[in-house]
Design a protein around this ligand. Structure first.
Ligand code: NDP
Length: 397
């Protein structure tokens, strides 16, 4: 039987946007099924999308940690692609189920083991042959960062510079949700990322820093000057491999004083711990308990005001002359909320997740194996960004 339609796994903030946008592109996707651990969330989302976009979405329950269950679900639905917008912990199981069922795979974040705050592509890239031999694509990291940032760099390489020496990825969220402390996407994943050591790539090796040790004050177009801190981010690992000749790649993200004070305090008292502790005879993992207490990122939509600006500054040579270009997107939290019911951090991830899935689905991006976005031609993705709600701009610095 011909494979048809898309299966989306995960029903959180990013999924809200990705599923809505897939419904808005139903001409491409033909049929949509949404599955998650808590099926009631899928049913609620499907109902809202039916009301707002007028498209029917099937729902299912799945524990995506379980490969046999995933295989059974995929065989029942028989989709052409699976979009994984659950958590990074599920990347490998969903990849394995996809390669076993002859199904393309897309995700937005690289694999992380629940017991170790470390993320890397190694185990996903190791599955390259499983996909290649089945003539399948596994598109890794098709969110904003990673995702659009890799496509931006590729676009500059293809259109503005003959060689790129320096890349700085600048991620600013100037949104205000009114809470003293909340995270804009899954709290556990977010806090593990920010509280880890920083790292950047220079002259062929990794330089490690203490968490938030390096700060620059950067002027973000349409936002202004914001303190930005060097973090390790997963696209650095694929870009230093795929952008030949690059000498340095760094990633900076803005954080307000309140966020940093809360995070330091929570770390100092052990609330960011990922190892279980005993509490009154019950085993609890501090960071999981903290995630239960914090506002659900999906609930921030109505109360978040302000803008995001995420982009890349690329410096290199064009016709022998040194040049520097800044390519970025600006998103308004309230406009995202009006369109999809989610704030800009979910929006900037969910839209590119849909776009990457669309390009794989319709065969425009057809490289086989486990691939990162910058390995493909940038133009179709850049065109889709313009028409699907994430317009971008290039300026020369
Ligand atoms: P949420 O926590 O809001 O949603 C995660 C969803 O996954 C929930 O619906 C949850 O289950 C479901 N889920 C978790 N475990 C399982 C499981 N074992 N089986 C089935 N479903 C499961 O997360 P976000 O929407 O904020 O983030 C989604 C992904 O997007 C993450 O991987 C995150 O790292 C990534 N991301 C990427 C960004 C980028 O720019 N590249 C930026 C931001 C996020 P349940 O149904 O029980 O609620």
């Amino acid at each position: 039987m011909e494979k048809k339609g898309i299966l989306i796994i995960g029903a959180g903030g990013v999924s809200t946007v990705a599923t809505t946008k897939c419904a808005m592109n139903i001409d491409t996707f033909e049929k949509i099924t949404l599955a998650s651990r808590t099926v009631s969330k899928c049913i609620t989302m499907a109902k809202k999308i039916k009301e707002s976009v007028g498209v029917d979405i099937d729902t299912a329950s799945i524990d995506a940690d379980n490969v046999p269950d995933l295989i059974e679900l995929i065989n029942t639905i028989n989709p052409k692609v699976v979009l994984n917008v659950a958590l990074p912990y599920q990347d490998l199981t969903i990849m394995d189920a996809c390669s076993a069922t002859n199904t393309h795979y897309i995700d937005t974040a690289n694999y992380e083991h629940p017991d170790e705050a470390k993320f890397e592509y190694k185990e996903q890239w190791a599955r390259n042959d499983d996909f290649e031999k089945e003539n399948l694509t596994a598109l890794l990291g098709s969110g904003f960062d990673p995702g659009v940032t890799g496509v931006f760099v590729k676009y500059i390489q293809e259109n503005y510079l003959d060689s790129i020496e320096y890349i700085d990825i600048m991620d600013c969220n100037a949104g205000d949700h009114g809470y003293p402390f909340a995270t804009n996407f899954n709290p556990e994943i977010n806090l593990r990322e920010v509280s880890s050591n920083g790292r950047y790539w220079e002259e062929g090796k990794w330089i490690e820093t203490k968490p938030l040790e390096i700060r620059v004050d950067h002027d973000y177009p349409e936002i202004g000057i914001k303190p930005s801190y060097l973090l390790y981010h997963e696209e650095l690992e694929s870009l230093c491999k795929n952008i030949k000749g690059v000498k340095r790649i760094r990633f900076f993200m803005t954080f307000g004083d309140s966020y940093i004070q809360h995070m330091n305090c929570l770390e100092n008292v052990g609330m960011l711990g990922i190892k279980p502790v005993m509490h009154k005879g019950v085993e609890i993992t501090p960071i999981e308990f903290l995630a239960t207490l914090l506002p659900d990122p999906a609930s921030l939509g109505p109360r978040t005001h302000g803008k995001t600006n995420i982009g890349c500054i690329c410096e290199g040579f064009k016709d022998g002359v040194r040049k520097k270009f800044y390519i970025y997107n600006i998103c308004d939290h309230q406009e995202c909320y009006k369109e999809t019911g989610a704030q800009a951090v979910s929006y900037t991830t969910g839209v590119p997740a849909m776009i990457g899935t669309k390009l794989v689905y319709n065969g425009t991006w057809d490289l086989k194996g486990a691939r990162n976005v910058e390995e493909f031609s940038s133009k179709p993705f850049m065109d889709e960004l313009m028409s699907q709600g994430l317009p971008w701009k290039v300026i020369e610095l």
